[in-house]
Design a protein around this ligand. Sequence first.
Ligand code: NAP
Length: 322
Amino acid sequence: MRPAQYKKVIVLEKIFDTIIIGAGPAGLAAGLYAGRSRLDTLIIEKQKDGGQIVITAEIENYPGGTEGESGPSLIKRMANQADHFGAQKVYDTVVDLELEGDIKKVIGKKDTYQAKTVILAPGAHPRPIGCPGEQELVGKGVSYCATCDAAFFEDMEVYVMGGGDSAVEEAMYLTNYARKVTVIHRRNELRAAKSIQEKAFANPKMHFMWDSVITELKGDGLLQSMVVKNVKTGEETEIMAPEEDGTFGVFVFIGFLPETALLEGKVNMEHNYVLTDDDMKTNVPGVFAAGDCRKKSLRQVVTAAADGAIAAMQAYKYIEGV
Ligand code: NAP
């Protein structure tokens, strides 16, 4: 463990008290709690802090959050807080893990890092539709991030696939840009929270296509049409881009898949989600998991942050031999 005035220099040969993999809400909360416990802490993030919440335009349900707060703004405060308490951070892609034994090795593309404990907080990524044409048209009409891409569809028509909180909230956000937003949902009832539904139904730019899924996306360089299937009747309809626009947008929000491919065979998992006990302990001593990578009943920023806090405190107890 390090004294409070520890100088912020990353020494890669050293052995950290804890390495946190992922700088989303779970990882940053773990960083905050580990830092406050004076654990020598390293957070490894592959790309950008925040995980999925950086693509969320408004966080409505984080307790005490300010009205209209965006994902990036909340994550910035979380990252600053972890940093303030001494958690160090590197940007590297983890390619392998050696988790057995007292000293764990986290192998990145740039370097190998060592620690007494590891907190796995790799998060999840958007679930693709998996239909023909989707991959080819990503960034050419198909998107998984309204905050990133909404501006490209100023005064155009967009479709949002999904019926959960993400789909409906992001569809609402898209109405700030697009002239018409149609939610395509596989059932005739939304899964989104009632408060979100009420706002959506009251918005004149919002439209709904029930009992439907997208089965094909077509376009030569840009999205030009899509096939939508009514799951009740089996009827397929091809929707063409409006002639005046030549293209349209499809935003996909049909849930998330855990980023756990790397953990296969390293920790116990079920359906690709990491199994932990209530203390975030995996089956490997000194290895904890937090956030959306875990098997759990509610995946939210607040539960990710709670997981991170518990994991860090358990890492502290593990190191102290409690
Ligand atoms: P979600 O709640 O799992 O909803 C996924 C939606 O996509 C559901 O409507 C589901 O349909 C549909 N779907 C799933 N697989 C599909 C498929 N293969 N084809 C067509 N449709 C499919 O995911 P989410 O909306 O991303 O939310 C994830 C978690 O984050 C939730 O706990 C949510 O409450 C939370 N969240 C909260 C907020 C907020 O409060 N501000 C914002 C975003 C997310 P069915 O309904 O038929 O299953």
